[in-house]
Design a protein around this ligand. Structure first.
Ligand code: SAH
Length: 462
């Protein structure tokens, strides 16, 4: 077939027959795939080709001829420009179907597994204002005005924003107050190009059950003048239930938002929240799931898949502040957690102690170093009954998986935020003695393309 039929700047009429991993619509013109941002499966569109590669291309919507039955008007006026939500223009049922299909497709295509049972996706009850954590970049616009908001998709241009529809509404007030603090004190936002300027990001967290509020300013300096700190405290006292104000030091030329050092400005360097009956202290540097309501469902599912009797040795790898570990501890004999961020590991230990949990132990370090090292030292006697892994998007290191299978757990419960790396690791495990029994997607991030999955793998020879 001649694939050169479609050229840059062509205007073509298309029907959207699928969706890509970034939430974009896909159309086929004589077998040639066009990826179209903001297009919905079922749309009939006129599009303009903006890039034509050999086997596929990209196009932009010129006109909607007939809208898909799943197309809706986004609630947020800047949904199209902002890089945060990719699916606000698609109704929620279709979003769930899209995520479920994405996970299933990865498991079947990348994982090569077709006989595992996929349970129906667990959706959210509250579609907006569900996030408990936000990181807002601070910058200046071309006229020199301070802007606080969000990065436009694939850029570092800050789009000014006064409310984010997926975040807790308390952020509106925090942004207003901190922006006034910056403008009225004539503080310069950080400039990525020159490396000058003080304030880089405003990071916030809100306790779901406790409603405690944390504000952390990421600054490009070692500290901030006491008079400025006092003014900041004064202004933020107007935010209900503010419990923690801090500075995070980040003087590096990097896209990583937070540096390692924290300075307390007001209150504790943490807020407290509950998941189920367990109380957690959360510091600015620690990972904590962003949608607490769905997190409870996610952990309940992990617990259900682990199906503990009370006499098991459990390992919880990539444990963060010990959330899953402590959830599992009451049902197990002993839980060992491993986490790479020292501050999070400290939080995990504190969280065990404030909940009077004495059968959980935490180690700091990369799981792929700590677990193989401990296994070597035990001369192969270190075993596990159940292993839970909850890695970041890049998935598990093969060195870790290699040791895990030697520890011969009966079950591996894999909690994943990236279906592609999940499928890769599940494939490795199924080639090395484990069978994927069932899996279930849980939506933690409505309006975005992200999805969590819990999978149960069982040792084959049992
Ligand atoms: N299970 C926790 C955290 C999951 S997020 C929860 O649900 O809250 C993934 C965690 O893995 C983060 O806390 C991150 O700091 C940690 N991490 C990233 N790379 C790691 C590695 N190589 N070894 C151990 N932990 C790692």
């Amino acid at each position: 077939m001649d694939n050169c039929m479609v050229k840059k700047n062509d205007i073509v009429e298309v029907y959207i027959d699928g969706m890509g991993s970034e939430g974009e619509g896909i159309a086929h013109v004589d077998g040639y795939a066009l990826f179209i941002k903001d297009a919905v499966e079922g749309d009939k569109l006129v599009v303009k080709v903006i890039k034509a590669k050999k086997n596929y291309g990209y196009a932009r919507i010129e006109k909607v001829l007939e809208a898909s039955k799943d197309r809706v008007e986004p609630v947020c006026p800047i949904a199209r420009q902002c890089g945060g939500c990719q699916l606000q223009h698609i109704n929620y049922d279709k979003q769930l179907k899209y995520k479920e299909d994405k996970v299933k497709d990865c498991i079947e295509r990348i994982g090569g597994i077709k006989d595992a049972y996929m349970e129906p996706i667990m959706g959210m009850d509250k579609l907006y204002n569900y996030r408990n954590k936000a990181q807002f970049p601070v910058s200046v616009d071309k006229d020199g005005n301070v802007v606080v908001g969000f990065y436009a998709k694939r850029t570092h241009n800050v789009i000014p924003m006064s409310t984010c529809y997926i975040n807790d509404r308390i952020n509106d007030k925090i942004l207003e107050v901190v922006k006034a603090f910056i403008v009225e004190n004539n503080i310069k936002p950080y400039n990525e190009k020159t490396g000058k300027g003080l304030i880089r990001h405003i990071v916030t967290r809100i306790g779901y059950h406790t409603k405690e509020v944390m504000v952390c300013l990421v600054i490009n300096a070692d500290d901030m003048k006491q008079s400025l700190k006092d003014d900041l405290i004064n202004r933020l006292m107007g935010v209900p239930n503010i419990k923690s104000i801090s500075l995070n030091i980040n003087k590096e030329d990097t896209n990583v938002i937070m540096g390692n050092k924290l300075i307390s400005v007001y209150g504790n360097l943490y807020i407290t929240d509950y998941l189920g009956k367990i109380k957690f202290r959360i510091s600015p540097l620690s990972f904590y799931q962003v949608n607490p309501r769905q997190t409870e469902k996610l952990y309940d599912l992990a617990l259900e898949y682990a199906d503990l009797m009370g006499n098991e040795i459990v390992w919880d790898l990539y444990c963060g502040i010990g959330t899953i570990s402590l959830y599992l501890a009451s049902k197990a004999k002993k839980v060992y957690g491993v986490e790479i961020v020292p501050q999070a590991t400290e939080d995990a230990k504190t969280n065990a102690s404030i909940n009077d949990i004495d059968n959980a132990e935490f180690y700091v370090g990369a799981a792929e170093d700590v677990v193989p090292d401990m296994y070597e030292k035990s001369k192969g006697s270190m075993k596990a009954d159940v292993v839970v892994v909850d890695p970041p998007r890049k998935g598990c290191d093969e060195k870790l998986l290699n040791t895990l299978v030697k520890m011969e757990p009966r079950k591996i419960v894999y909690v994943s935020c990236d279906p592609a790396t999940l499928a890769r690791d599940v494939k490795w495990l199924s080639d090395n003695g484990y069978k994927l029994v069932k899996y279930r997607a849980v939506d933690q991030f409505g309006m975005t393309t992200h999805v969590e999955t819990v999978s149960l793998l069982q040792k084959k020879d049992m």
